[in-house]
Ligand binder design. Structure first.
Ligand SMILES: CC(C)(COP(=O)(O)OP(=O)(O)OC[C@H]1O[C@@H](n2cnc3c(N)ncnc32)[C@H](O)[C@@H]1OP(=O)(O)O)[C@@H](O)C(=O)NCCC(=O)NCCS
Length: 163
């Protein structure tokens, strides 16, 4: 059971093909600020089953994805809330549901890499060393232009309990 137990809000649901345009707009916005890694619409469409969105007023206001890594390990990534929708709990609700989705899909270790550790702490994650996830280092970090000066913080979901 994840930290937040409230049930799914209206508008939180699996992403569909018609959401991709709005998702791409959010990702582009934050990728330009260096807060998210870029992801192409084609890539997101191909992996739609990994994404959840929150729709409000006919548009995607928040999104996030669960990325299977290896064995029991999955990464929560591409978490974004539209600027004018922030601070209302949408991000927390989305991460909480991604955690539930990951556990239901059989992943017992859920992690993220982030520059927003304060936010993920409120979602039940704790700071850990990236060396706990060699699969991530081999698959993604090795290819990253910022690998020598990475400023992202690795965090593991523990429901708020220290590992
Ligand atoms: C980070 C982000 C997803 C947070 O979404 P949000 O909907 O504004 O967050 P919420 O309203 O659900 O906040 C949940 C809690 O986190 C806290 N929080 C939110 N952003 C925070 C931050 N930057 N630092 C510290 N705490 C933060 C809130 O105060 C709240 O705490 P509470 O539960 O004690 O009240 C959003 O700011 C965003 O999209 N940022 C740009 C993209 C990004 O950086 N994504 C993360 C990449 S891994």
């Amino acid at each position: 059971m994840s930290v937040q137990t409230a049930k799914i809000r209206t508008g939180l649901r699996p992403a569909g093909p018609s959401d991709v345009k709005g998702m791409a707009r959010l990702v582009d916005l934050y990728a330009r600020q260096g807060l998210l890694l870029p992801r192409s619409p084609a890539d997101m469409l191909r992996r739609l089953d990994q994404f959840l969105v929150i729709e409000e007023a006919g548009g995607v206001q928040a999104m996030g994805s669960l990325w299977p890594m290896d064995g029991d390990l999955a990464e929560i990534r591409t978490v974004a809330v539209a600027p004018d929708a922030q601070g209302r709990g949408l991000g927390h609700e989305l991460v909480d549901e991604l955690v539930d989705m990951g556990l239901q899909r059989g992943f017992s270790r859920l992690f993220c890499l982030t520059r927003e550790p304060g936010f993920f702490t409120t979602c039940g994650f704790v700071r850990v060393g990236i060396e706990q996830f060699p699969q991530k280092i081999w698959k993604d970090c090795c290819l990253c232009a910022r690998r020598e000066r990475c400023d992202e913080i690795a965090m593991l979901y523990t429901g708020g309990i220290l590992p």
